[in-house]
Design a protein around this ligand. Structure first.
Ligand SMILES: Nc1ncnc2c1ncn2[C@@H]1O[C@H](COP(=O)(O)OP(=O)(O)O)[C@@H](O)[C@H]1O
Ligand SMILES: [Mg+2]
Length: 422
């Protein structure tokens, strides 16, 4: 706006520079409201609520802003005036009452334990950890539940990394690699990042699409350089995500260059003589292990597998907690929600929270009254969504029945039997 007051203009800049400063943003929203810019005030209050879901001042302001979309011109409020002086036509008592209804406990006590986090705060890492590959930002303690998976990772990587004596003692048996497999969206990449968080610089992650984007010929060199760096840095874990992209059955690779990359990877995994790869551990992940070249899975290479199943109850609780952490929720019984989302993947759970937020938001917009996200929204959303792992298990079932060569998929068979799917 060209006729915007200098005060509003500079506050807008201040808010942009400190987006998480809730009092500042609320102050800005108050000013907007006082100038009759109710819609903008609603937007600012909504952002403030995202950062501080339980904040009473933010909620009160939201209610007032929604009730006063076209407030009459009022003088700009002095810096820390009580809210009631800024919007003279506003019925403060009525708003208080309305807010009183809206404010409720965020969570009701369920029968599931609070999620685990490294610092015990219940918030599994900062948001950036999920999008950006920042080693050190996710720790194993941020991975909810999945105790068996954690134990295996501890034995396969963390203990030998920490303990050179143990490496010597077990020698060769600790060499080689571990292939994480399971339905999509169930935490393979996330878990690998947590291992990276535990190991810091001695974890090298490579996006295979990056390797393959290179010109033919350089991709082999990239693979070689990667392993050379890992050897120089040993003990070190090399993580190959979406291994199927690279290790696709050689017969299926229409792209001639890819075969060379696979061959190069085989060479690197074997090392020129066995000793060369001392202290180099390989972790890989795929949704489609049956598409991975069998040569990559021979002894000494990716010879161990670890099934990563849909999140168990504590894992689902951690995931739900994470996705609800910045949303305006009220009386959410996580234990109940956890029970209603069996077999849901991490991605499905995110979708449930998104859908629930959407329905509460639509309701609020329709009625002009802010409504928090409640159990009804969440359970309703859960009912609408079918676990996305179903189709994965349908393919996995065939593999377990007809292609379990050498007991490669014994874990899967055991799980399917337990679930009476086999
Ligand atoms: N055990 C868990 N604890 C906390 N969050 C999890 C857990 N498992 C999965 N998630 C969440 O689910 C999302 C999807 O998992 P991801 O690792 O991308 O799946 P995959 O690599 O198996 O396809 C992750 O970003 C993470 O936020
Ligand atoms: Mg992944």
């Amino acid at each position: 706006m060209s006729d915007e007051s200098p005060l509003i203009r500079s506050l807008r800049a201040a808010v942009a520079a400190a987006p998480e400063d809730v009092p500042l943003r609320l102050h800005f929203a108050e000013l907007l409201l006082a100038e009759g810019r109710g819609d903008e005030a609603v937007t600012e209050a909504a952002v403030a609520l995202q950062h501080a879901p339980g904040d009473d001042a933010a909620r009160a302001l939201m209610v007032r802003a929604m009730g006063l979309p076209m407030a009459p011109e009022a003088p700009a409020a002095p810096q820390d005036a009580p809210a009631e002086t800024t919007a003279p036509t506003f019925d403060w008592d009525a708003a208080e009452q309305e807010v009183g209804d809206v404010v409720g406990p965020r969570f009701v006590t369920g029968d599931v334990e609070q999620p685990l986090t490294a610092d015990g705060s219940g918030d599994p890492g900062d948001a950036s950890a999920w999008d950006v590959d920042v080693p050190g930002s996710v720790r194993l303690a941020d991975v909810g539940g999945m105790q068996e998976v954690k134990d295996r990772l501890e034995a396969a990587f963390l203990a030998p990394m920490r303990n050179p004596e143990l490496r010597k003692l077990y020698g060769k048996s600790l060499r080689g690699g571990l292939l994480l497999y399971g339905p999509p969206g169930c935490g393979k990449t996330f878990i690998a990042r947590a291992v990276a968080g535990e190991l810091g610089a001695s974890f090298m992650s490579v996006s295979l699409s990056d390797v393959l984007d290179m010109y033919i010929g350089t991709s082999e060199k990239n693979v070689h350089d990667l392993f050379e760096t890992a050897r120089a840095q040993a003990p070190c874990v090399v993580f190959l995500d979406e291994l199927d992209a690279l290790g696709a059955k050689r017969s299926r690779t229409h792209h001639g260059g890819l075969r060379n990359v696979v061959n190069q990877l085989l060479t690197e995994l074997d090392g020129i003589d066995g000793a060369e790869n001392e202290g180099v551990f390989v972790l890989a992940a795929t949704n489609v292990p049956w598409d991975v070249d069998l040569a990559l899975r021979r002894p000494g290479r990716l010879d161990r597998t670890l099934l990563v199943l849909p999140p168990d109850a504590p894992a689902r609780e951690a995931i739900l907690h994470y996705h609800l952490r910045e949303r305006p929720i009220e009386s959410v019984d996580l234990g109940k929600l956890v029970k209603a989302t069996e077999d849901f993947s991490g991605a499905d759970l995110a979708h449930v929270c998104e859908t629930a937020a959407e329905s509460a938001l639509l309701d609020s917009a329709r009625t002009g009254t802010v409504r928090m996200i409640g159990m009804k929204d969440l359970l309703g959303a859960a009912k609408q969504i079918r676990p996305s792992s179903e189709s994965w298990f349908a393919s996995a079932r065939n593999v377990a029945m007809f292609a379990n060569d050498g007991g490669m998929y014994d874990d899967l068979v055991a799980y399917l039997k337990k679930k009476r799917k086999l």
